[in-house]
Design a protein around this ligand. Structure first.
Ligand code: 5GP
Ligand code: ZN
Length: 115
């Protein structure tokens, strides 16, 4: 369940350091290197799936509740007023890293997204 050439496998499993905001047995959530807003987070499964179509059902069942949990903490801890949950599958859909990940992007009412 890992791909030795995949950078997100290495990050998810702690072999490459990252700005980790959450970790459990199945997932690591990290700050995006090229954030769309302050606190832009990526949820990475620790197992390698190229995209959502490859993911097993347990991962699928857990990943959206985790996105909601992180979104809630963006509101309480970062002062975000809302958040986007985005997940790209395939080059034509904008996927650039081929290890399943979910973006959680906090949004800030009436203020700049980046501070
Ligand atoms: P995608 O376009 O595949 O949905 O999103 C890939 C995301 O991963 C992009 O937002 C990009 O900024 C981020 N990214 C790419 N490489 C790295 C990395 O090595 N570390 C982190 N933290 N983010 C990365
Ligand atoms: Zn991977």
């Amino acid at each position: 369940m890992r791909d030795d050439n995949c950078i997100f496998c290495k990050i998810a499993n702690g072999e490459i350091p990252s700005a980790t905001v959450y970790e459990d047995d199945d997932f690591r959530a990290i700050l995006d290197l090229g954030p769309a807003s302050k606190g832009h987070t990526l949820i990475l499964p620790k197992n390698h799936y190229k995209d959502l179509c490859e993911a097993d059902e347990t991962v699928m069942a857990k990943i959206l509740p985790l996105a909601a949990k992180l979104g809630k903490s963006m509101k309480s801890q970062l002062g975000a007023s809302g958040f986007n949950v985005v997940q790209n599958n395939g080059t034509s859909a904008g996927q650039t890293v081929f290890h399943l990940h979910v973006h959680v992007i906090p949004r800030y009412e009436g203020g700049p997204d980046m501070v």
